[in-house]
Design a protein around this ligand. Structure first.
Ligand SMILES: Nc1ncnc2c1ncn2[C@@H]1O[C@H](COP(=O)(O)OP(=O)(O)OP(=O)(O)O)[C@@H](O)[C@H]1O
Ligand SMILES: [Mg+2]
Length: 236
């Protein structure tokens, strides 16, 4: 579905991504792990056209995305739940979900809303609440729900577990698994929480200083001593 080759990107003269190769197949959950500042967020943002890649290619379903504007990329079926959630705090939960649906028009709105609210029943109880007053976990659910409202073929998730209590983290990861299995959603998941992410993912990539240094099956990476030493505290 997604084939990234030789991707270079950065901010002005600061180069962050160094010739990244990465694939995501239809129906997979692929995770990208790495230390703070490795370039994970920059990769997801470059896939969405901001910043623009300075070299390489991004093929999505065989079509080149490099050079397209963000709105064009989103229309082709990629949704991004950004780091830090970036929900609209002064809008209600329902209005945030409506914003997510803008890319695909009103036809399926009610069905998609029901689907998202079935996945996240806590949002159903809070439809009229201002999003900025939701708890951190609820805001994360809203960010994922908003991304799903655009009917994406590929869901990009940037650190959905950030700042959440372990029980909520498990809930969020369970929901990602459900969306993948029951809705056949393809997911590219960026995570600091390497243990949970590699357990969940079919495959993973490790990024160091803007370059991919290791890749393999989720369980396979989890078993590697160098991954355990660098990314799993106390072997966990
Ligand atoms: N808007 C920006 N302008 C200049 N440099 C930036 C900008 N955003 C990020 N960077 C730099 O790019 C590098 C990679 O940052 P990025 O946010 O992609 O890392 P990350 O792997 O997502 O880290 P984290 O796990 O902390 O979220 C860092 O050195 C960062 O300072
Ligand atoms: Mg980041």
């Amino acid at each position: 579905m997604l084939k990234v080759r030789g991707l270079c990107s950065g901010y002005g003269r600061i180069r962050v991504l160094e010739e990244v190769d990465l694939d995501v197949e239809d129906g997979e959950i692929v995770t990208l792990i790495g230390a703070n500042g490795a370039g994970k967020t920059t990769l997801l943002m470059t896939l969405c056209g901001k910043p623009q890649a300075s070299a390489g290619s991004i093929a999505f379903r065989g079509q080149e995305l490099r050079g397209l504007a963000t709105y064009q990329i989103i229309r082709r079926g990629i949704a991004h739940s950004p780091e830090g959630r970036r929900i609209f705090p002064r809008l209600t939960v329902l209005e945030n979900l409506q914003m997510g649906a803008v890319v695909c028009g009103p036809d399926h709105f009610q069905a998609d809303l029901d689907m998202v609210l079935d996945l996240f029943p806590r949002l159903r109880e809070r439809l009229k609440q201002r999003a900025g007053t939701l708890s951190g976990g609820e805001q994360q659910m809203l960010a994922i729900g908003r991304a799903l409202m655009g009917r994406p073929q590929l869901l990009l998730l940037d650190e959905p577990s950030l700042g959440l209590a372990p029980m909520i983290v498990r809930q969020i990861f369970d929901i990602i698994r459900t969306i993948n299995r029951e809705r056949a959603m393809t997911v590219l998941l960026v995570e600091q929480n390497a243990f949970h992410a590699l357990k969940l993912a079919h495959r993973g990539y490790v990024m160091v200083n803007g370059a991919v240094t290791m890749q393999g099956g989720g369980e396979e990476l989890l078993a590697r001593p160098e991954v355990r030493a660098a990314y799993l505290e106390g072997g966990h």
